[in-house]
Write a protein that binds this ligand. Structure first.
Ligand SMILES: Cc1cc2nc3c(=O)[nH]c(=O)nc-3n(C[C@H](O)[C@H](O)[C@H](O)COP(=O)(O)O)c2cc1C
Length: 376
């Protein structure tokens, strides 16, 4: 019998470029022991070309488990090599990016969400990744691209990738991507969320595992999505902008485990040891500003927060250690904020998933799949 090493990914923190770096993940793990953490997307080419410098991109501390590496790319050889090079680092899953709409990635790069238009390639890439690693593999995608946004087209993608590769887990950012004219940030707000596509996938592919993503902001909402049948929930921006109030409830409210009970002062004390040990590890980088950046959401909506951020801006100009940065700035946050455990979870909107389940598209029909496969 295989015993799972970690609780299932009922809750995960989304991959976010320049946000979910080692520093952020170190802070996140101090707040939640059970959340699954994703790296930022790393292009396969970066891993291959930085072969002599891999720790900088791939190393992480053992506390960060369970952790998933997200890679991106469109060159099978580089994807294979990148997976081989990442293997010794011991990630718990390898995820392939089929959702990024940024012009650099989906435009010139021709990967990210553009790959949703080429499921055959994605299946090949996933087979190559799986052949070069011994951990599970997954795909993160949108529900469509441009006017390829029908539920049937999404199903064709899922069907082809899952039947032609070992992929059994898909993370569904439940809005489509537009490739021209809007920025990556607008691509996370303008196309409407369609959770009904997600729940229809859960219905139509019962042998696969799906994680829902997009616009989910509180543990109440996470639990509501799970109650309606989601296998897992991934949260991005809220976990970055308001880590204390979100991640602080994950272990108890989602996993039913005791919370860490650390106060923010204790989190910062532990983080300081980490921060001062990594400063300047790669020449000038990381600097104090980079190490402190993930903490800037820690006092979201608390008294003293704006003043702390102003002090932080000034302190970045001359502080050379995390210890001196805290000494110079933290007096702006009241003791009652620093020393209290996480407060009651903010409530969220919990009927949004029930409503979506009333809007499910028609069931995906096998006959259409067979017709499509006549071409192969
Ligand atoms: C700053 C930023 C960077 C992102 N980078 C990535 C990335 O590297 N890979 C990826 O699959 N998605 C990336 N995303 C998308 C998120 O993973 C997530 O799908 C999206 O933010 C929707 O979830 P949310 O509404 O909970 O934020 C990024 C999002 C943000 C805000």
């Amino acid at each position: 019998m295989v015993i799972a090493r970690y609780p299932p990914p009922w809750f995960s923190v989304a991959p976010m470029m320049e946000w979910t770096d080692n520093h952020y993940r170190t802070m996140a793990r101090l707040i939640s022991k059970h959340a699954w953490l994703y790296t930022e997307m790393i292009a396969a080419e970066t891993i291959v070309y930085q072969k002599g410098n891999l720790d900088r991109f791939l190393a992480f501390s053992p506390e960060q488990h369970p952790i998933v590496l997200q890679i991106g790319g469109n060159n099978l050889e580089n994807i294979a090599k990148a997976t081989q090079l990442a293997n010794p680092y011991g990630y718990d899953e390898i995820n392939f990016n089929c959702g990024c709409p940024s012009p650099k990635v989906a435009g010139h790069g021709c990967f990210g969400v553009r790959l949703m238009l080429d499921p055959k390639f994605v299946a090949e890439a996933m087979s190559v990744i799986a052949a070069n690693t011994d951990v599970p593999v997954s795909v993160k995608c949108r529900i469509g691209v441009e006017d390829h946004d029908s539920y049937n087209e999404l199903c064709d993608f899922i069907y082809k990738v899952s039947s032609q590769s070992p992929t059994k887990h898909f993370i569904i950012h439940s809005r489509k991507a537009l490739l021209n004219g809007i920025s990556p940030a607008e691509n996370r707000t303008i196309p409407p969320l369609k959770y009904e596509y997600y729940y229809a996938l859960v219905r139509d592919f019962p042998h696969l595992r799906f994680t829902i993503n997009g616009g989910i902001n509180t543990v109440d909402e996470v639990n509501a999505a799970i109650k309606e049948g989601a296998h897992g929930v991934m949260v991005g921006r809220s976990a970055y902008h308001n880590p204390w109030n979100l991640l602080g409830h994950v272990d108890s409210a989602i996993y039913g485990e005791p919370p860490s009970n650390l106060t923010r002062r204790q989190v910062l004390e532990k983080y300081q040891v980490y921060g001062d040990s990594v400063l300047g590890k790669y020449g000038q980088r990381p600097n104090v500003r980079e190490v402190i950046r993930p903490l800037l959401g820690l006092f979201h909506a608390e008294p003293g927060n704006s003043r702390w951020k102003r002090k932080a801006d000034a302190a970045f100009m001359h502080c050379t250690t995390i210890k001196s940065f805290f000494e110079e700035t933290l007096f702006t946050i009241p003791d009652c904020v620093l020393d209290s455990p996480v407060a009651e979870a903010p409530s969220g909107c919990t009927d949004m998933f029930t409503k979506s389940k009333n809007l499910l598209p028609q069931q995906y029909r096998v006959r259409e799949e067979e017709l499509l496969y006549a071409d192969f």
